[in-house]
Ligand binder design. Structure first.
Ligand SMILES: *Cc1c(COP(=O)(O)O)cnc(C)c1O
Length: 399
C-alpha cells in the first residue's frame, strides 16, 4: 500500500493557526469506512458564501448547524424510518423529548387529546400536567374501551389519540386497527408509542406518528439516551421546524452509539423475546405467581390480538409477587440475585421494577385497580442472560 499523503492548509502558517485549521485526509471516491464516522461537529462550512446562502434560503440541501441537521443523526433517522416502514423521522435527545416535542408542535390551547390510563407515566404527566397548563384538554380511557373511544370522538372534536402497545407496565395489547379505524372516521391523528414492541412491529398499520425511546432496544446497552418520531415525510415536515426550535436534538455521538447498537438489534430483541416466552411459561406453572401478564401466554386476555398484530410477544412480563404489602414486595425483590431493581428495559441485564412506585404514583386508587397495578406488582425486563438462570432466580425468590 502506498503512503497516505497528509493534507494541510499551508506550511507558512504558524503552529497556533495550524493546530486549529488542520484538515482531515480526503478519501478517494469509492473508498469508504465500513463503520460510518461520527460527525462530531456542531458547525459545517462551505467553499463559498453563495453555497451557504442557497442552503439558508432552502434552495439546496446540506448541513450547517447540528441542532438542525447532522449527518450521523440523519443516518440514524433514515435507518429507523425505514425499519418502521415510513420515509420520515426526527431524532431527539430522549424518548420523552420526542413525545413532548411532538405534542407541543401538534397542539394548541383548547385542543382535546385522548390518552389511556395504561400508559407511560411521564406521557400522562405531560398531557395531564404540563399541557393542561397551556389549555389542552384530555380524556383518560381504558385501552380496551373502543366503544368509549367512539363516544368521546362523537362528543369532543379530538386532535390526537395517544396510545401504546404493549402498554407499560401491565402489557395490555391495544387493538391498533380498531383505534386507527375510529381515528380515521373522526379525523383524529394517531400517535403510538411503539417503544415496547420495537421497530420491527406495527409498521404495516395505518398509524400517523410512531414515537420510540431509543434509550431501550436501539441503544441496547443501557448507556445512551435518545428518542425518535417516525412518520410519513409530509407529517415530519410539519414537525421539523418546531422540533428544531424546541431543541431537544440528539447529539451526534449518541446517534453514533445508537447506530452501533442497531447492528445487533434483531439478534438482541429475538433472544430477549424468546427468553421472555420461556420464563413466562415457567412462571405460569408456579402457584405463588398471581396476575401473570405476558401477551404470549395462551391465557392472556389479549393473546389472540397479540398473535395477529405482532411478530413476537415482546420482552416484558408482569405479575404480582407473593403477599399484599410493600414489605412483602421488598422481601421478594431483595431475594433476587440476577434481576436488578431498576427502571427501563432493553439492556443486556434483566431488570425488575416495582410497578406502583415507579409507574403508578400519579394514578388514584380506582385507576390503579383498573390498570391492574397492585401493591406487589412487578414488571420484568428480560435481558440476554441464560433464560434458565433467570427463571431459577425468580423461582428461588418466590419460595
Ligand atoms: C422509556 C420510555 C419512554 C421515555 O423514554 P426516555 O428515553 O427515557 O425519555 C417513553 N415511552 C415508553 C413506553 C418508555 O418505556
Amino acid at each position: 500500500m502506498a503512503m497516505i499523503t497528509y493534507a494541510c492548509y499551508s506550511i507558512t502558517m504558524q503552529n497556533e493557526t495550524k493546530s486549529i485549521h488542520f484538515r482531515p485526509p480526503d478519501l478517494q471516491p469509492g473508498n469508504r469506512p465500513l463503520v460510518s464516522p461520527v460527525y462530531q461537529s456542531v458547525k459545517f462550512t462551505w467553499e463559498s458564501y453563495e453555497q451557504v446562502a442557497s442552503l439558508l434560503k432552502g434552495e439546496n440541501q446540506g448541513y450547517f448547524y447540528s441542532r438542525v441537521a447532522n449527518p450521523t443523526v440523519a443516518e440514524l433517522e433514515s435507518l429507523i424510518a425505514g425499519m418502521q416502514g415510513r420515509d420520515g423521522a426526527v431524532a431527539f435527545a430522549s424518548g420523552s423529548g420526542a413525545i413532548s416535542s411532538l405534542m407541543f408542535s401538534r397542539l394548541k390551547a383548547g385542543d382535546h387529546v385522548v390518552l389511556f390510563r395504561e400508559s407511560y407515566k411521564p406521557t400522562r404527566q405531560l398531557i395531564r400536567g404540563i399541557l393542561h397548563k397551556f389549555g389542552v384538554r384530555h380524556s383518560l380511557l381504558g385501552i380496551h374501551d373502543i366503544a368509549g373511544l367512539e363516544e368521546v370522538f362523537k362528543k369532543e372534536s379530538t386532535k390526537l389519540v395517544v396510545f401504546e402497545s404493549p402498554t407499560n407496565p401491565m402489557l395490555c395489547i391495544a387493538d391498533i386497527a380498531a383505534i386507527c379505524a375510529l381515528a380515521a372516521k373522526y379525523q383524529v391523528t394517531t400517535v403510538m408509542d411503539n417503544t415496547f414492541a420495537g421497530f420491527h412491529n406495527h409498521g404495516g398499520l395505518p398509524i400517523d406518528f410512531f414515537v420510540h425511546s431509543l434509550t431501550k432496544f436501539a441503544s441496547g446497552h443501557g448507556d445512551v439516551m435518545g428518542g425518535m418520531v417516525v412518520a410519513r415525510r409530509e407529517l415530519i415536515d410539519l414537525l421539523f421546524t418546531d422540533a428544531m426550535t424546541i431543541g431537544c436534538t440528539l447529539d451526534p455521538h449518541a446517534a453514533f452509539l445508537i447506530l452501533r447498537g442497531m447492528k445487533t438489534y434483531h439478534l438482541r430483541y429475538r433472544a430477549a423475546a424468546s427468553g421472555a416466552t420461556e420464563i413466562a411459561n415457567g412462571l405460569s406453572k408456579h402457584p405463588a405467581v398471581r396476575n401473570l401478564r405476558f401477551p404470549g401466554l395462551n391465557g392472556h386476555p389479549d393473546y389472540h390480538l397479540a398473535s395477529r398484530q405482532m411478530q413476537d410477544f415482546g420482552t416484558m412480563i408482569a405479575f404480582d409477587a407473593p403477599g399484599s404489602n410493600e414489605s412483602d414486595l421488598a422481601e421478594f425483590l431483595n431475594r433476587l440475585k440476577i434481576f436488578k431493581v431498576a427502571a427501563s428495559l432493553g439492556s443486556p441485564e434483566s431488570l425488575v421494577a416495582p410497578c406502583k412506585l415507579l409507574y403508578g404514583t400519579d394514578l388514584g386508587t380506582e385507576e390503579l385497580t383498573a390498570a391492574g397495578i397492585g401493591e406487589t406488582t412487578v414488571r420484568l425486563s428480560i435481558g440476554l442472560e441464560h433464560p434458565g438462570d433467570l427463571l431459577a432466580d425468580l423461582l428461588q425468590a418466590l419460595k
